[in-house]
Ligand binder design. Structure first.
Ligand code: ZN
Ligand code: ZN
Length: 147
């Protein structure tokens, strides 16, 4: 699921609870569509715009500078595996906005996406860091706390 350490979960979630952009339902890359005439199979290419594909590439190249996990605030050990988390769920133009992309521990990343905010031990530090980056995102997380 975390091939290349990219924030796949953010991407999945962006369709739903984050209120992200609705994606058209398109066949998977490289899947084949039946072709009526001629009986040949045609490969479906390029469901996304070139611009978006370019952004995806750019995103993959981004190396966030933060040396501590954005969630728990603990410094990474030398050569420790890190994943990229996208604070806004990788929506639209913000996909390649470095302001929103941070290194995180795989473990913390899973907790963030899978567990309730009430179980995060690093919640307080995370909220402080988030407030520095984007006040709106911070307030969204605070709303979760009231549930
Ligand atoms: Zn962490
Ligand atoms: Zn994430």
């Amino acid at each position: 699921m975390f091939s290349h350490g990219n924030c796949k979960i953010c991407s999945m979630r962006s369709k739903g609870s984050y209120g992200g952009v609705q994606r058209r339902s398109t066949p998977k890359w490289g899947s084949t569509l039946p072709e009526r005439r001629g009986g040949l199979k045609r490969t479906y290419i390029q469901p996304r715009s070139d611009k978006r594909a370019g952004q995806e590439k750019e995103y993959a190249k981004i190396k966030p500078k933060n040396k501590e996990c954005f969630f728990c605030g603990v410094a990474f050990k030398k050569a420790e595996h890190r994943e990229k988390h996208h604070l806004t769920g990788r929506r639209g133009e913000k996909l390649v906005d470095k302001k929103y992309i941070y290194n995180v521990h795989g473990k913390c990343h899973m907790q963030y996406h899978n567990d309730s905010i009430h179980t995060w031990e690093w919640k307080d530090g995370f909220l402080l860091r988030l407030r520095e980056v984007d006040r709106t995102l911070y307030e969204k997380e605070l709303n979760k706390l009231e549930k």
